[in-house]
Design a protein around this ligand. Structure first.
Ligand code: PSV
Ligand code: MN
Length: 399
């Protein structure tokens, strides 16, 4: 790696932060069951402690995403939560309202045909905005499980209208420094017509809601053949890309660790972002977040692995020679253009990562440092006992 490339990679790393999800530290599973891990977080205190530990090791995860229903007990004081996060060396990041688990939402939330249910969903979002104000969070991250399972079940156009109306009402209540992120997903749990199924729908709804609504791209929420980096490039060009939920997958929304299946896909996404920044002369403001479910890997190890992979791919993508790429593109030189990307992808950025970690007083290898720290063993002993005392021994399923 030349000194010039090393500097470029280090500069990219200086600008890169990624948010960890509170739920990535907790026991999760599939609809068929849940298997407990001794060291998995039981409550928000554990999750913030784990997130703080990951940030201390990696130096680039200063915020934690929370899911209101899963993380905030009734009557919980968000200011106390923010204080607890600070104690663990992190801040509360995006606030995720839960619009999919309450019995009232059987037929939808913002897309429900009953105005009382839509109002209830809106009120829950407004409570989430109040949490944002108390915690100093910048992002309200919205994902809707809404949709229909059978042809004819609901009016597709009426449901679109309910979404437009309710999102607009919510947008009016968010602060000038807050952003509403609208996430899309093609299917699951709705299997006929999901109300916000793709980036075009999320784009349209965000545009209609107002200037502080942007699209959130969850990398697992696409059909297998879809070109995600093209979507990213279009959203960037329209100033409508708000953030990412990163994860990897082989089939659908598998929520596997980032880059475990296709690191080149993530590299290509990052390349579009760096290329856009180079063309505009300014890096876009994007909320990079992780949304994964660590069902088999130890939670903290999976999170560290993800963060390190994200840093590595972000640094590699920063090495693409944009001038050479533009020249090759201008001449329609397909081979050289592609090789510019491949050259960067195959560059070993470990010297830059090592230098960046050293400059930030971090261990050279965050995963090895975590294993050395004994954190996992202590957490496992403590949480095993607490889990037993709480009677949390069966993971359940739906059969
Ligand atoms: C839905 O699949 C989703 O991607 C949304 O972002 C939820 O908030 C999250 O997963 C829950 O894990
Ligand atoms: Mn997501």
């Amino acid at each position: 790696m030349t000194p010039k490339l090393r500097t470029r990679a280090i500069e990219a790393l200086n600008d890169f932060v990624i948010e960890t999800p509170s739920w990535g530290f907790a026991d999760t599973g599939t609809r068929f069951g849940k298997f407990f891990q001794d060291a998995a977080a039981i409550d928000l205190g554990d999750k913030l402690s784990d997130a703080g530990h990951v940030h201390a090791l990696t130096g680039c995860c200063p915020t934690v995403a929370v899911h209101v229903l899963w993380d905030f007990k009734a009557g919980e004081d968000p200011k106390a939560v923010a204080k607890l996060a600070r104690k663990h060396g992190v801040k509360i990041g995006s606030i995720n309202p839960n619009l999919f688990q309450d019995q009232d939402y059987k037929w939808g939330s913002f897309g429900h045909n009953d105005p009382a249910v839509r109002q209830r969903a809106l009120d829950h979002c407004l409570d989430s905005v109040a949490i944002m104000q108390a915690t100093g969070s910048e992002y309200l991250s919205l994902w809707f499980a809404d949709g229909t399972n059978y042809p004819g079940q609901g009016s597709i156009r009426a449901r679109k209208g309910y979404f437009e109306e309710t999102l607009k009402a919510l947008h009016q209540k968010i602060g000038p420094k807050q952003t509403m992120l609208v996430e899309y997903k093609p299917f699951e749990p709705a299997f006929y017509a999901t109300d916000v199924a793709d980036w075009g729908m999320a784009y349209l709804l965000s545009k209609k809601a107002g200037p502080r609504a942007k699209v959130l791209v969850d990398t697992g929420h696409h059909y297998a053949a879809q070109n995600i980096e093209q979507i990213v490039a279009w959203l960037l060009d329209e100033d409508m890309l708000g953030g990412f939920h990163f994860n990897d997958r082989r089939y659908a929304d598998d929520d596997l660790t980032l880059g475990s299946i296709d690191p080149y896909q993530v590299f290509r996404i990052f390349h579009e972002i760096h290329f856009f920044a180079a063309d505009r002369g300014k890096a876009p403001k994007i909320a990079y977040m992780i949304d994964q479910s660590h069902n088999e890997k130890p939670k903290i190890e999976a999170t560290i692995q993800t963060v390190v992979m994200a840093q590595e791919l972000f640094a590699k993508a920063a090495l693409v020679d944009h001038d050479a790429l533009r020249r090759a593109q201008a001449k329609n030189n397909v081979v050289d253009a592609e090789l510019e990307l491949k050259k960067a992808f195959f560059t070993d950025v470990s010297p830059a990562l090592a230098a960046w970690r050293k400059a930030n007083q971090l261990a050279a290898d965050p995963l090895a440092e975590h294993r050395r720290s004994g954190y996992q063993k202590t957490a496992a002993a403590d949480r095993r006992a607490r889990r037993k005392a709480l009677g949390l021994t069966q993971g359940g399923g739906y059969a």
